[in-house]
Design a protein around this ligand. Structure first.
Ligand code: MLT
Length: 262
């Protein structure tokens, strides 16, 4: 079965190794707008809507992070991108690691933002499958509407109040079948710490100090696995560091771009 390609968005036109940005769940490329704007220099920045989220179709394949990575690689090839620094937040990080494993020649450097290389616990997997079933049964995204409460850090919820409504609005626009597919894809993913152990390019591991979904310990685990990783802990932000403190995340990703260029 042939399906339409994933949507890609050129957020900046510039020079050198492009930066590809992969969003978290259940969001889309819009979460990267402020990071793209804050990047120093003149990089090319391309964001992707992952399968079934934003404006992208489902892949026509059973849910898996591998299918998501393959569809992302195909979309980037179609956009003329053969080598890039790939940065992903949370679910986007799972896809970035799968890209580094399955499409190694594409990945010049990695930005792993509020994500983890480990697989789900049995409880987390069961919870994802429950949410997927609920999204399908109700044909709504109600089951994930409360996520901003856990995604945003305590400091942001108190001091950057408009962010909660902004993230909720992004979630309300998603498709129930995309939410279900993504949850099942994440539930089936394996541990990919070995990918970092074998990755020779530059890596930034970025984590909000108030992240309760993929906490600092997960970031430390990834940074210890990769030979050339820099660990950046961002104070005063939670799981959505790229939305809560885009300048800090932009600085960390600019550093990977600079190291990838050498
Ligand atoms: C995300 O932000 O992409 C999700 O929290 C990822 C997850 O549920 O593991």
């Amino acid at each position: 079965m042939t399906t339409a390609p994933l949507e890609t968005y050129t957020l900046r036109e510039g020079y050198g190794t492009p930066l590809v940005l992969l969003h978290g769940f259940p969001l889309d490329h819009r979460m990267w707008a402020d990071v793209a704007a804050a990047l120093p220099g003149e990089p090319t920045v391309v964001a992707v809507d992952l399968p079934g989220l934003g404006a992208s179709p489902l892949t026509g394949k059973p849910p898996s992070i591998e299918a998501s990575a393959d569809a992302t690689a195909a979309a980037l090839t179609a956009a003329g991108i053969t080598r890039a620094v790939v940065a992903g937040l949370s679910m986007g990080g799972y896809v970035a690691l799968a890209l580094a494993e399955r499409h190694a020649s594409l990945v010049a450097g990695l930005g792993l933002v509020d994500t983890k290389s480990t697989a789900d616990t049995d409880d987390a997997r069961a919870n994802r499958l429950r949410i997927a079933d609920e999204a399908e049964r109700s044909q709504t995204v109600d089951a994930v509407l409360g996520m901003p409460g856990a995604m945003l850090g305590e400091t942001s919820k108190a001091a950057r109040k408009p962010l909660t409504a902004r993230v909720e609005e992004w979630i309300r626009g998603q498709r129930p079948d995309g939410v279900a597919w993504s949850q099942r894809a994440m539930a089936s993913r394996p541990d990919r710490t070995h990918v970092l152990e074998g990755f020779a390019g530059p890596v930034a591991v970025v984590v909000g100090e108030e992240d309760v979904i993929t906490p600092v310990g997960e970031a430390e685990h990834m940074a210890a696995a990769a030979a050339s990783a820099q660990l950046v802990q961002v104070p005063g932000v939670g799981h959505l560091s790229a939305v809560e403190d885009p300048a800090a995340v932009a600085d960390a990703l600019a550093d990977v771009l600079a190291r990838a260029a050498v």
